[in-house]
Design a protein around this ligand. Structure first.
Ligand code: DGL
Length: 265
């Protein structure tokens, strides 16, 4: 049987702090596992990157990360990255298990009553073929509005660091999500960027009418749990639970935030 001290960590990846919304759910379901949180903050925000260059960057980064940390599983807790490079990661590193994050269009289409669904995401995610395919496969019976936000990921980073973000600035980003058509209104907004759940309370307060803000974090955590064997008698290892920043230089507020999530920076 696997020894406790041999338990491999779960590697959780995002361009910034967004993956923490997934990490907090994963910790609940996998208390026996250590986590390595990797933020490619030197490349943040991913939403504006040209596709070929971003693909190359993420693949090269994973070649190093897998060698250095040898994780049990990698969770790509970033829609912008996974919708672009998920298939390439799996084919380039066939021995590794990658759990992905994609816009929760299928559950939204199953749950909507009005048939009006919005997908709030980075500009990168809304233009992906992957996102269009999800709509084509699961939501043709709905009216899906794709809202590519230029600024929300940055705002969420600033917000979580305690900076002041004006209601007007947030409203300008989320307003296009609210659609009225033939006496019906949008009733579900998919949070298709892992940064956004950090601001869900602000979105709720500013929304012109109540909607369901769909956060896929728990579903991703459950999928990760399914991929990671539960080892009898295993205890949480001391050697993991740290964060890696590709900039090598996270600011004080970010380091403090990581500590709040139980990660050494
Ligand atoms: N958190 C990322 C996502 O889920 C994107 C943020 C960014 O780098 O623009 O899409």
């Amino acid at each position: 049987m696997t020894q406790t001290n041999e338990l491999k960590p779960v590697l959780m990846f995002d361009s910034g702090i967004g993956g923490l919304t997934v990490l907090r759910e994963a910790r609940v379901l996998m208390p026996e596992r250590g986590f390595i949180y990797v933020a490619d903050d030197a490349g943040f925000p991913y939403g504006d990157w040209e596709e070929a260059a971003l693909k190359e960057r993420v693949i090269a980064l994973f070649a190093k990360l897998l060698k250095e940390y040898d994780p049990e599983v990698c969770v790509i807790s970033c829609n912008t990255a996974f919708t672009l490079v998920g298939a390439d990661l799996r084919s380039t590193f066939p021995k590794m298990t990658f759990v992905g994050t994609v816009p929760a269009i299928k559950p939204a289409a199953e749950r909507t009553r009005s048939g009006l669904v919005s997908v709030l995401a980075t500009p990168g995610t809304v233009k992906r073929a992957y996102t269009r395919d999800l709509i084509q496969s699961f939501a043709t019976q709905c009216h899906v509005r794709l809202v590519g936000s230029q600024n929300l990921a940055r705002m969420a980073e600033a917000y979580i660091r305690g900076e002041n973000i004006s209601d007007e600035a947030v409203m300008a980003e989320i307003a296009p999500c609210f659609v009225e058509k033939d006496n019906s209104k949008t009733d579900i907004v998919v949070l298709a960027c892992t940064h956004y759940p950090f601001m869900a309370n602000v979105f709720r307060r500013l929304a012109p009418w109540p909607v369901d803000w769909l956060d896929p974090a728990e579903a991703i955590a459950r999928q990760t749990r399914r991929k990671v064997p539960l080892v009898d008698g295993a205890e949480h290892p001391d050697s993991y639970d740290f964060a890696v920043f590709t900039s090598g230089n996270p600011d004080f507020a970010t380091r403090r935030l990581m500590q709040g999530f139980g990660l050494k920076a």
